[in-house]
Design a protein around this ligand. Structure first.
Ligand SMILES: [Zn+2]
Length: 343
């Protein structure tokens, strides 16, 4: 299928630039009110929906299993990973409520914080998350849309990111706005990156990884290092469903989860505490009720209990890397697009 040509690691996926128009957008973005930003994004929805109706929220071509795939640990049918990007002080303030909601359902997750962004380093909160079995990761550096503007600039910023990774004991990274240059990420001391998605035409760099499995991004020729594991999110972001598309139920999450389970893939979601209304008094254009999350978690329990593996992102990445390093070299006969880890 033609939709499968841009497998992970291909240039369209790894590189691609988000273009001068997008760069101009990020320059003026801080001055555009948030309500207007959502409006500007909503105007484009009908066109995007029409062009991508066959590949979102489900891209059937993305369920091809990695080379030599032997399934998830403990004989589980699929993997379920919760991740969170904390975008603002509001998100920091709501992190504990979200973590507690997850604990009530027996889930654990990763929270990614912006090191030099709109809020001070939440030292105590990071400690509390760790003590309760959650993971802390790094989300961008400044979260201003400029991370990948130049190669030199990225190398310089990578040094700062590495400093925070070390200081926070973190091994995972995700860029702001899902911008990415997978080849450059070898500058980071990470076990895994999560700046990609299987399919999400609503993002500024809309090319998907076209896989619902993890893959190993190996360094290019001449570059030293072990590479890193790429974990694409495969369930739409909460902001896309409930703020952009204004869905009133978690039906799309549920339908996609059932499909991911049926194909034995990785169900990975990015939920922002910033947008969750835990009080019932939130502004409906900027938040959605926490009841939607609860409904989704109830659904997971009632439909898929005992079927999934719910590791932290770093546990899954470590498991996959160990498995991937032990795997025999790829057979030259295998079709090139069938192993997402192939260069
Ligand atoms: Zn973000």
């Amino acid at each position: 299928m033609s939709g499968h040509e841009n497998h992970p690691g291909s240039s369209a996926m790894a590189g691609g630039s988000h273009g001068s128009l997008a760069r101009a957008y990020y320059r003026v973005k801080p001055f555009v009110p948030r309500g207007l930003r959502w409006l500007m994004r909503r105007v484009r929805i009908p066109g995007i929906m029409k062009r991508h109706s066959g590949v979102w929220p489900i891209d059937e071509a993305s369920c091809v299993k990695p080379h030599d795939w032997q399934g998830w640990p403990e004989g589980r049918r699929f993997a379920l990973v919760f991740t969170h990007d904390v975008e603002s002080q509001t998100g920091v303030d709501r992190t504990r409520d979200l973590a507690e909601l997850e604990m009530a359902y027996g889930f654990r997750s990763s929270f990614n914080f912006i090191p030099e962004g709109p809020y001070p380093d939440p030292v105590e909160l990071r400690g509390w998350l760790r003590e309760n079995g959650f993971e802390v990761g790094v989300h961008d550096l400044n979260h201003d849309g400029h991370l990948y503007e130049s190669r030199e600039g990225f190398s310089r910023k990578a040094k700062s990111i590495n400093r925070y990774l070390g200081k926070w004991g973190a091994v995972g990274f995700r860029s702001g706005f899902m911008l990415r240059q997978l080849d450059w990420l070898h500058d980071l001391n990470v076990l895994y990156d999560m700046s990609t998605f299987d399919t999400d035409p609503f993002e500024p760099q809309p090319e998907g990884s076209h896989t619902i499995f993890p893959f190993h991004v190996r360094p290019p020729e001449g570059v030293k290092g072990p590479g890193y594991i790429e974990l694409s999110y495969t369930l739409p972001q909460d902001s896309t469903l409930f703020l952009l598309l204004r869905e009133k139920t978690p039906e799309i999450w549920q339908r996609k989860l059932d499909w991911l389970a049926a194909h034995g893939g990785l169900a990975l979601v990015n939920i922002h505490p910033d947008y969750i209304d835990f009080t019932g008094r939130g502004n409906p254009s900027e938040t959605y009720p926490s009841a939607l999350l609860q409904e989704f978690m109830e659904y997971i329990h009632s439909r898929h209990q005992g079927m999934y593996w719910n590791p932290l992102a770093r546990e899954l990445a470590l498991w996959f890397r160990t498995r991937s390093s032990a795997a025999p070299p790829e057979s030259p006969q295998s079709p090139p697009n069938h192993d997402p880890a192939s260069p």
